[in-house]
Write a protein that binds this ligand. Sequence first.
Ligand code: FE2
Length: 427
Amino acid sequence: MARIIGGIGASHSPTIGFAKDTNKSNDPAWSPIFDGFSVVQDWVSEKKVDVLFMIFNDHITSFFFDHYSAFSLGFDSSYDTADEGGGPRNYPSAKGHVALSQHIGHALVADEFDMAFFQNKPLDHGFFSPLSMIATDDKKGWHGSVVPLQVGVLQLPIPSARRCYKLGKSLRNAIQSFPEDLNVAIVATGGLSHQVHGERCGFTNTDWDDEFLDLLEKDPEKLTELRLAEYIERGGMEGAEVIMWLIMRGALSDKVNCVHRATYLPSMTNIATVIYEDLDAHPSQQDTQSHIEHIYNEIAGVEKLEGTHPLTLERSHKAFRINSFLQKLTIPEHRERFVADLDGLMDAYSLPENEKDMIRHRKWIEMIHYGVTFFVLEKMAPVVGATNPEVYASMRGETLEEFQKTRNVAIQYSVAGGEKADQLDIQ
Ligand code: FE2
């Protein structure tokens, strides 16, 4: 079973990445930051940490206001550095633990947290500033794997401190019920006090930061009583992102052993590193088993339904490229090229031969088995001149006529609009 070894708190200011990339470790103005992170580095190697569960917020780099979510869990096998405006940092990608992500996703949703899930997104300094300081090898990056949790804290309303703490409690049970033998550390990033916008830009409050760290260690419940407005008043608008640290603290035992705590205010942000070691024993095998049953209760038995293929995170990850390729049929230029030069278009998207073959030969049911969602197949159907009932019939291994005999009314239809609908001769 996976074990929670402890929690790490670390600021994620872009200055940290800047200091690292420009070799400022011996510069007295920057060295306190390196000193703090070197303790964290030593601790993760001494404790043989396999997975870092990284809690961070994106800074409107990969998560935009067209669809902004509160809690977004990554379930990719790899995460690259994002271009934040001046080109991406030259830093290795982080390896994702897909199976652990999937398990945690099921567990949090079973506990009634309405999660968002993401893949194929590069991550910004919120994630990579601290990760690059925790990893010991600059060429290979973090030797273990990661599970990222992006918290939307920039467009109000955002989750409360109490909600973050509760999510941490659920996260603890999730990780402890994952069957693989892994050492996991929970990394909370962001803060401490700072404000980077408006006339209050430059605001810091080290007294509040010290009080916050005292309470986080010894009385985190008290921090859950504070309203967001109080966090903003005490620690600055952007410093209020420290509510993410309550996720980490909620995932740890009630009592923790603080083995490291350091803060340093060079310019705009009071930069912190802390380490808490978890003190509770692992839950009993019986408790773990009943939690696993709770986690998967919603879908228990669905595997026995013949001809039913739920799109799990695992399948969605495996079939992301082909789903993405077909979803782009909502774009007129992509549709036109799909018809005029399918092979050229599939080459341009580097589809492997098996995926090309399924598309080329309209292997509808094979695509479903593979992990393609029906809702991109019904986008492809009108482009290749097929109707929805023709796809349904094909998936059932029937002719259109045979299929229509099983319906009350033998109608033909498609999701196509405009001229395309006319061309399909839909009755
Ligand atoms: Fe941030």
